[in-house]
Design a protein around this ligand. Structure first.
Ligand code: SF4
Length: 618
């Protein structure tokens, strides 16, 4: 398995759910071989039996080959079960949307099951097939501790199950995993046209056509469409690897490399009109006009940028009133917001994960886990320091209450404003407050923790301030492509703020008389920028993130598919610490990388704040 697939599997908890699912069928036989022919032969041998349960059986018919998660055969009756590491709430299944159609979040899973049913039916025309999804039931609480530590992953041995002696694992698996009938949906999918860009046809016709093209190496003519923005075959034009995306768009639009140079419609930030623009033949940013993006292009920007206005700025016209030299900054808006802030400023950032299977007795699948935070402060006189941090990644140790306690200790000493980047921190803290209040074994300081959380979350008297929202309203630099990701905003700020260049090209970070740092402390001090004030701390951060990954890990250069750019590096590293059988040295290396990684995230918030303040001469 490729490293990236391995990491995705670990982070999603899919292998854990898959392993637990097997315990629902104690007599099940696993078809282990990865070789198509061998797996098919072993499957056929088993299917000669009247009754049998198979894990991963291989079915081949014509050009089609499938591996089914669980196949139950009772004479001529089959149950085809697809196991998914996706949380399911039977009280609110979200299988259908408000207009009655299958929801977009469930459609790919159900299409997958429908396709498998179609193949199996051809292989066994006389059989009757029922289809199911099996998913963790998020309304069910674990009845024992440490369910998520029962299935570890070893590079050499694969999944290692450690089921406590005497535990009725079959009953536990039936309790936590819901078997949901999918027949209604698979029938609908097989009886209606499959929609894909610029066409639709029945699934069986499309499958035959595409399989035929694949078998005979026939290229299917590409079409430019909005989902090409998430193309999984995309890399940069100068990469030595081929970029499928660029190949498709060149062929579909008769383009050459130059046509991509000034951006395409796919670069438009949070734009819901992409499909319409593409249908109008407006594929390059240079072809798009402000009125194509918003109904009132003359609307004022004084009260903060709307999303459509950010898209208009992407077209290249920064209004003179706000043009600070090739970038947009709304000083009046910033000053107004600043009036409500109090020193010391607290910059906080959380690293969190979701555990597919519960940590403790009483907990449910997919509860949020807050395992790390970092905290920087800025005093009224401009003094910056890395004030504190927390990490708890011991296998099986549920960190949330310790996390909330440590955060309270960091913030309760003054009444300064606490800043977050986007509302994730707010969501996580309210989740922890709920976990504490619903916990029959809540800690002794539960009341104090809940009071503290409510004081700094939405509508609390010390509600956290969202700097990402402020970035959206007040700052735009063309390099960010309108994104408000901190990983895009920081390099742009470093490019335009002389104050930041002056501070961070000095070796002061972590130096004895410089900026106090917990993880970068040294006699010489650390410098984030070179003599010319250039550099990207996130390129350094990327290295720390890579240090937390296994050897051989290659991150994607494209933000949409990059584990690191998407902020998944810490959660993935945490999954490794929880579920992978690791040597102590590897564990120490990952934790050290996580600490530096998170410290830079709050330092980035400090830098951005310092840069913005420099625009109003603070
Ligand atoms: S660019 Fe990617 S998503 Fe678009 S048609 Fe080509 S392969 Fe498909």
């Amino acid at each position: 398995m490729a490293e990236n697939d391995f990491l995705a599997m670990l982070a999603e908890g899919g292998y854990q759910v898959g392993e637990l699912a097997k315990y629902r069928y104690p007599d099940g036989i696993e078809i282990i071989s990865k070789k198509h022919d061998e797996a098919e032969a072993l499957t056929n041998e088993q299917l000669r039996k009247e009754n049998v349960v198979l894990f991963e059986p291989a079915i081949r018919i014509n050009n089609f080959f499938i591996r089914i998660d669980v196949l139950v055969k009772r004479g001529n009756d089959f149950e085809l079960i697809e196991v998914k590491a996706k949380s399911y709430n039977p009280l609110d299944p979200k299988m259908r949307g408000s207009r009655g159609g299958i929801t977009s979040s469930m459609l790919p899973y159900l299409q997958d099951v429908a396709f498998q049913k179609w193949v199996l039916q051809q292989a066994f025309p006389q059989s009757s097939i029922k289809t199911f999804l099996m998913m963790p039931n998020k309304t069910k609480s674990a009845t024992v501790d440490r369910v998520n530590q029962m299935f570890k992953y070893s590079r050499t041995e694969g999944v290692i199950s450690r089921i406590p002696e005497g535990l009725d694992i079959k009953t536990l698996a039936e309790h936590l995993l819901e078997k949901v009938s999918a027949d209604e949906f698979t029938d609908e999918i097989l009886n209606t046209d499959l929609k894909f860009p610029f066409d639709k046809k029945p699934l069986n016709e499309a499958a035959v056509e595409w399989a035929n093209a694949y078998a005979n190496d026939i290229k299917i003519a590409p079409h430019a469409h909005k989902d090409c923005g998430k193309c999984q075959f995309k890399t940069t034009l100068d990469d030595e690897l081929k970029s499928g995306f660029h190949e498709c768009w060149k062929e579909a639009n008769a383009w050459n490399d130059q046509d991509f140079k000034n951006g395409t419609v796919l670069d438009l930030w949070h734009c819901k009109r992409k499909e319409k623009l593409i249908n109008q033949g407006l594929l390059k940013l240079s072809q798009i006009q402000p009125e194509d993006l918003m109904d009132d292009p003359a609307a004022s920007m004084v009260d903060g940028l709307s999303r459509a206005q950010r898209q208009v700025l992407q077209l290249g016209n920064i209004p003179a009133d706000f043009d600070q030299g090739g970038f947009f900054f709304n000083t009046a808006f910033f000053k107004n917001e600043m009036k409500n802030w109090k020193y010391p400023y607290h910059m906080i950032d959380f690293e969190t994960a979701m555990a597919a299977l519960p940590f403790h007795d009483g907990m449910k699948p997919y509860e949020a886990v807050a395992f790390q935070f970092s905290h920087h402060t800025i005093e009224a006189d401009g003094t910056v320091k890395h004030a504190g941090e927390f990490i708890c990644a011991e296998p099986g140790d549920f960190p949330n209450y310790k996390f909330a306690r440590a955060l309270k200790k960091e913030l309760e000493n003054d009444n300064g404003t606490t800043f977050m980047w986007s509302h994730h921190e707010n969501t996580i803290l309210t989740t922890i407050a709920k976990q504490i209040s619903e916990d029959p074994n809540a800690p002794a300081d539960a009341e104090g923790l809940i009071t503290f959380i409510y004081s700094i979350t939405k509508d609390g008297d010390r509600e956290m301030y969202d700097l990402c929202w402020l970035a959206e309203k007040t700052f735009f630099h063309p390099d960010t492509k309108a994104s408000t990701s901190i990983k895009k905003v920081l390099p742009a700020m470093l490019k335009v703020s002389q104050k930041l260049k002056n501070i961070y090209s000095q070796p002061i970070y972590g130096a004895p008389n410089g900026i106090k740092s917990i993880n970068f402390a040294s006699q010489e001090g650390f410098r984030w920028l070179n003599d010319n004030g250039q550099g990207d701390p996130y390129a350094i951060l990327k290295q720390y993130a890579k240090d937390a990954m296994p050897e051989g890990f290659e991150d994607s250069d494209e933000d949409e598919t990059s584990i690191i750019a998407e902020g998944g590096a810490a959660a993935t590293a945490y999954s490794r610490l929880q579920f992978e059988d690791l040597e102590d040295e590897a564990r120490t290396r990952i934790i050290s990388a996580l600490l530096r990684y998170c410290e830079l995230d709050t330092l980035a918030m400090v830098m951005i704040m310092q840069g913005w303040q420099s625009f109003i001469n603070i």
